[in-house]
Write a protein that binds this ligand. Structure first.
Ligand SMILES: *Cc1c(COP(=O)(O)O)cnc(C)c1O
Length: 438
């Protein structure tokens, strides 16, 4: 399969899956997308209902990684990335929670991060690849744990000093091995700016092979289509399915929509948003107007300029009417989020995290506003374990999120971070000393 940048309308510069993965962002600043979407008919989907997540991943992704990965290699990659379950938990007669948080760091990003790490370590055999990640907390742990021990890859995590929760910090700054945590004297934006400056520094990049584990990477994006298909295939094939996906950068939901474009039967996709409602406005008006993000309770979705909108437009061939026919977006305030957490807990004994709560709210709102076909099965993605946001949940609802053993184990560990000023000269020297060829 060839990949093209979303900014390359004439499809002049095709690359293979390996190149697209190593590049991350295309050189012209666009996002890589597959040249063709292969249609899978309904008989073939039905034949996949008994597959494990890892087997389903191989079936779905084979055409998109060939010839960069053989089917044996893909099977190995998938067995590592899809090594845990994706349970569908029924909350009401017609509503299910698709729990995506059973991975090593209790977040859905574990799937994409592990898939990417496995691919990158296979692709970078000739030269050590340095993966730079700026994080405000959550992405760092999924990426650092995903890349832990990956051969030929060194991971550098930049995070704002004293501005992430102690447990989050331990999840990515205590690992050692091929990961280094850099505590930056500044804000998240400073970390991101240092990473961007390094990517734009061509002289530096001649001596160091830099790459990114950001959600724009195709190898992080594509595997996320698999668990939506896995869930859909477990439900009643005769009744329509609606998916509600808590969204920030729109990587997760666009991956799901990609599966629909490959023929998976889904009635409608709803992007569930916090107060950052740029995409809700876009779907209502047709105007995509990025703005500065606002901090909210569901902070992994505090995004004012979602990068995967380019992929969303590509998936619908830039046909806005087709897009709004299949995709909806609903935004919710912090008050609505904390009320939903309290209500679902008292009514159903199920504890939502703030992100999953927007997914739940979006289903409630559309159930009232849209007449779904009879028997519609509504599924929201639970993107993180509530314990990861335990402090916020306690503060706003008084409820306690029990900490699972996997997360508690991190509390015992010691942070081993290096400190650096938010200054590009300092960061550049640090990179050259650590990884440059002298
Ligand atoms: C990253 C994240 C999201 C948003 O996912 P996108 O792919 O950026 O839309 C939602 N919930 C949680 C818990 C996350 O960490």
């Amino acid at each position: 399969m060839e990949y093209f940048s979303t900014s390359d309308a004439r499809k002049d510069h095709g690359v293979d899956f390996r190149r697209a993965t190593l590049d991350g962002l295309a050189p012209d600043g666009g996002l890589y997308v597959p040249a063709q979407i292969q249609h899978v008919d309904s008989d073939e989907w039905s034949a996949r209902t008994s597959l494990t997540p890892s087997e389903l991943a191989v079936a779905m992704l084979t055409p998109y990684v060939a010839p960069s990965l053989s089917s044996d290699e893909l099977a190995e990659v998938c067995s590592k990335a899809f090594s845990f379950d994706f349970p569908l938990v029924q909350i009401e007669e017609d509503i299910w929670s698709l729990e995506l948080f059973h991975g090593p760091t209790l977040a859905f990003k574990d799937v994409g991060a592990r898939f990417l790490a496995e691919c990158m370590s296979r692709f970078s055999s000739d030269r050590e690849t340095i993966v730079l990640v700026a994080t405000s907390g959550d992405t760092g742990s999924a990426v650092a744990n995903g890349f832990l021990g990956a051969r030929g890859v060194e991971t550098v995590i930049l995070y704002p000093k004293d501005k992430v929760s102690p447990l989050q910090e331990k999840q990515f700054a205590s690992l050692g091995e091929n990961t280094t945590a850099l505590a930056i004297d500044g804000a998240f934006d400073d970390c991101q700016s240092l990473v961007k400056q390094a990517f734009a520094d061509h002289t530096l990049r001649e001596s160091i092979a830099l790459s990114s584990a950001n959600s724009i990477n195709v190898a992080r994006w594509l595997p996320q289509s698999v668990y939506f298909a896995y869930a859909a295939l477990k439900l009643d094939p005769e009744a329509p399915i609606v998916f509600s996906v808590p969204s920030g950068n729109f990587g997760n939901i666009t991956a799901g929509i990609f599966a629909t474009r490959c023929g998976l039967q889904v009635h409608r996709w709803i992007a569930a948003l916090n107060a950052n409602d740029v995409v809700e406005r876009f779907l209502r008006t047709g105007n995509f107007e990025p703005r500065a993000s606002t901090p909210t309770l569901a902070n992994a979705m505090d995004v004012g300029n979602p990068s995967n909108i380019a992929r969303l437009n590509y998936l619908f061939d830039h046909d806005f009417d087709a897009l709004v026919n299949e995709v909806d977006a609903r935004s919710f305030s912090d008050t609505a989020i904390s009320n939903a957490i309290k209500e679902v807990h008292s009514k159903h004994g199920y504890l939502l995290d703030p992100h999953g709560a927007t997914g739940w709210l979006a289903l409630q709102a559309t159930r009232e506003a849209v007449a779904w076909p009879k028997g519609t099965q509504m599924v929201f993605a639970e993107t993180a374990h509530p314990a990861k946001f335990g402090e916020a949940i306690r503060r706003h609802t008084g409820l306690d999120a029990p900490i699972p053993a996997r997360l508690a184990a991190f509390a015992q560990r010691e942070v081993r971070a290096e400190s650096l000023k938010a200054n590009y000269g300092a960061f550049r020297s640090w990179l050259s000393e650590r990884f440059g060829h002298h």
